[in-house]
Structures are given as structure tokens and as C-alpha cells.
Design a binder for this molecule. Structure first.
Ligand SMILES: *Cc1c(COP(=O)(O)O)cnc(C)c1O
Length: 357
């Protein structure tokens, strides 16, 4: 046999799949002992109600299919957010929600727009649809120029991570409101980090049918391992999106855990308070070490050092078992994205940085 197994099958596969690279998530080291500040997980355990709710589901057994519409979750989330349950679509992580929205709106040859640098999954979702990606560079001050908001022939969907990753910066609700008044194209505002920010665009969903908001329980609710996210949009949009999702996209344990997590808003406020306090200290100390640090509205900070290569700092930290995210954006530049950990983890990071610099 002269060709690798699978080679013949490639001629049947969609060329856009063969061409694309696929999303590369941040490292999840298999050994213990790392200070892990690279994937924006919450350093604190979730509300104790989560384990209780999951245990209760296990006690009752997993023989039956879960509720396809995660009704309990939607009711709880609706109360917390002040919308009706039929404004909410639950997903297996917010990545699932982004996939559902993309599949519903974007076909082959259509166009998706997003800012750059931002969440790398958006371009992967475009490639999966064999759609074109148009990225609009952030301005120097992390605002977005007018080209981001322009209508275009085959433009079917705009993504906006707000707060943005990796920068931790935000486009204000006032600016977004002003721009979308003149825009018909649907916009998905990815609010993965909004619980760490000063404001949300939730109000805009009530007012505009072309605004959708995605949220996740992975970051602020400390449930990255459970996989749960959701979309907020007007009910006639949600109704169509339900056709696109897997019938049972959220499992019974995740639905119960996510519902319990949202019901404990006191836990969220307490955790938020701790993370914001540590974030301010981390930014201050990094600046003290000579780093350029962007003001952050998320649970991470974006920084670089004027005299030292970010890649080298990343590697030296890793050798000391401190993991941060080194990001290199072709055509834009590189830097370090550092998750806000516990105070002890941040102290470990800062001590290592003092040795390195
Ligand atoms: C982490 C993250 C998500 C995905 O979250 P999951 O719910 O874990 O899939 C979505 N968007 C952005 C910008 C993120 O950083």
C-alpha cells in the first residue's frame, strides 16, 4: 500500500475541512503542580449547590433522556436576567451556542465579521461553514472603526466578544446601541466575561431583534468542566435556533448543575468581588515590574514587557510551573494573557516574574 490509510476517503471530504487547522485550546497539563493561569478558569470552587443538585440527579438515575429544552434552567436564568424563559436557548457550553447560531445564519460563501485580535473560535466556525471571514482590526485605543458596523452584500453574522479576549477591553453599550441602530445584520455579542465587567448589553436584546447575547457558566460560575452556556435572543429567533441544535445538547447533570449555579447569585457576587480585587492588585504589581498592562473588565489581564520577549517570559514561567497564555496574532503582535487566580497563585506568578526579569 503506497498511500496512508484514509487518503482515498479525503477526496470525498469537504475541501474546507481538509484545508482548515481546527481550534487549538489552551494547554491543560496532565500533571499536577502547575499554577494554571492560561485558560481563564475560575480559581474558586463553584457554589456548593451545584454538587448537591448533580448528586440528586445521580441518585434518581440517568436512564431517561434529559429535558431537550432545559426548562428548569431557562426558568431560573429568566428570573435572574429579567426575561421570559422562551428568550433563552441552552447549550453544551457557549461554544455550542456559537456553533448553533453560525449554522443557522451562515452558509457556504457567506461572510462572517469579527474584530481582531479576538476569540479564535470565530474564524474556525466560519471555516466549518466554508464561509469567508472578514476581520476588522481594533484601533490603537481598542475601539472599533466605522467599517465594523457597515452593511455588506453577503454579510450574515457579526461576532463581538464583549469584554474582548485577549485584551479584556470593552465596547460600551452606548456605542453599540448607536451603531446597531443603522445595522440590519445580526450581531452576536459574546458576553463570556460580562460578570466581571461594569455593564452588559442585555437591554439591547429586548429592543432589537438582530441582537443576540451568549453567556457561559465556564468562567464566572466556575463550571468550565461541566459544559454549559446559553443564548438570549427574541423568542422568534430562539424558536428557529432550536431546529438547529442537537436534540439533547445538554445532559441531565449539566442542566441540574447549571440551574443550581444560577440560583446562587450570592455566591457569584462574592466570587466576583474576590476576583476583581485580585485583578486590580495583579495589574498594579505587573506595572510595578515594568509591564504594559491594559485595564481589564474580565478575569484576566493582557500585558507585555517593553524590554523582554513575551514568548521568553512565557517559557521561563512554564519552566517554573506557572502557566500563562502566550498569544501571537499574525499581523498584529504578541503578548501574555494572564488569568486572575487566587491571591496565592498570583503571588506565585509574581515571585517567578521577579526571578525572571
Ligand atoms: C471561554 C470563552 C467562550 C466559551 O466558553 P464555553 O462556554 O466554555 O464554551 C466563549 N467566548 C469567549 C470569548 C471565551 O473566552
Amino acid at each position: 500500500m503506497n498511500y496512508p490509510v484514509g487518503c482515498m476517503v479525503y477526496s470525498f471530504m469537504r475541501p474546507n475541512i481538509l484545508k482548515m487547522e481546527g481550534y487549538v485550546p489552551g494547554e491543560q497539563p496532565q500533571e499536577d503542580g502547575y499554577i494554571k493561569l492560561n485558560t481563564n478558569e475560575n480559581p474558586y470552587p463553584p457554589s456548593p449547590r451545584v454538587a448537591e443538585a448533580i448528586t440528586e440527579v445521580l441518585r434518581r438515575g440517568l436512564q431517561k433522556y434529559p429535558d431537550p429544552l432545559a426548562t428548569k434552567f431557562r426558568k431560573t436564568a429568566a428570573t435572574v436576567l429579567g426575561v421570559d424563559p422562551d428568550w433563552i436557548l441552552a447549550g453544551n457550553g457557549s461554544d455550542d451556542v456559537l456553533t448553533i447560531v453560525t449554522r443557522a445564519f451562515v452558509g457556504e460563501g457567506d461572510q462572517i465579521r469579527y474584530p481582531y485580535p479576538s476569540y479564535l473560535l470565530y474564524s474556525v466556525l466560519a471555516q466549518l461553514q466554508n464561509a469567508d471571514s472578514e476581520f476588522v482590526l481594533f484601533e490603537k485605543d481598542w475601539s472599533l472603526g466605522s467599517s465594523f458596523w457597515k452593511e455588506k452584500e453577503r454579510l450574515k453574522l457579526i461576532y463581538l466578544a464583549n469584554p474582548n479576549s485577549p485584551s479584556g477591553t470593552m465596547i460600551s453599550k452606548d456605542v453599540i446601541k448607536r451603531e446597531i441602530e443603522h445595522l440590519r445584520c445580526p450581531i452576536l455579542i459574546d458576553e463570556a466575561y460580562v460578570d466581571f465587567a461594569e455593564e452588559s448589553c442585555l437591554d439591547l436584546v429586548r429592543e432589537y431583534e438582530h441582537v443576540m447575547i451568549s453567556r457561559t457558566l465556564s468562567k464566572s460560575y466556575a463550571l468550565a468542566g461541566l459544559r454549559f452556556g446559553f443564548l438570549i435572543a427574541q423568542p422568534h429567533i430562539i424558536r428557529e435556533l432550536r431546529k438547529v441544535k442537537d436534540s439533547y445538547n445538554c445532559d441531565a447533570l449539566a442542566i441540574a448543575g447549571a440551574t443550581a449555579a444560577l440560583s446562587d447569585q450570592e455566591w457569584l457576587q462574592e466570587t466576583r468581588r474576590k476576583i476583581l480585587a485580585t485583578r486590580e492588585r495583579l495589574m498594579r504589581e505587573l506595572r510595578g515590574l515594568g509591564f504594559d498592562v491594559l485595564p481589564s473588565q474580565a478575569n484576566f489581564v493582557w500585558c507585555s514587557h517593553p524590554e523582554r520577549a513575551s514568548k521568553e517570559i512565557y517559557e521561563r514561567l512554564k519552566a517554573r510551573k506557572v502557566l500563562v497564555r502566550y498569544m501571537n496574532y499574525p499581523g498584529w503582535g504578541d503578548g501574555l494573557r494572564i488569568t486572575v487566580g487566587t491571591d496565592a497563585e498570583v503571588d506565585g506568578l509574581l515571585n517567578s516574574l521577579r526571578e525572571i526579569l
